[in-house]
Design a protein around this ligand. Sequence first.
Ligand SMILES: [Zn+2]
Length: 94
Amino acid sequence: MPLYEYAALAGGCRKCRRGFEVVQKLAEPKLRKCPACGKAVERLLGAVGVHTKYALSKSRLNDAGMTQYRKTSDGSYERTAGHRGPKLIRKPED
Ligand SMILES: [Zn+2]
C-alpha cells in the first residue's frame, strides 16, 4: 500500500504540525483532518513510497516488469524473476 504524507494547513498538534505519514489504500479517500487533533490537513506530493512490509517478491518483480538476477556459485548470473534478458549470464572466461 502506498505511503502518503500529510501536514497541517495551519496550527495543528505535535503530530501534524511537522507532517506525518499514513499508509492508505489507493481507493481510500484523502484524510482531511488530523486524526489526533482534528485540524485541517493537506496531502503532500502524492505517494512517497511503498510500505516496506510488501518487499519485492519474485511475483511482484514480475508484475512490475522488472528483472532480477542471482549470482550462482560458479560466478554466473541466473535470472530469477522477469522475462527480459538471457536466462543465464555466464561468467566471462579469463
Ligand atoms: Zn494534529
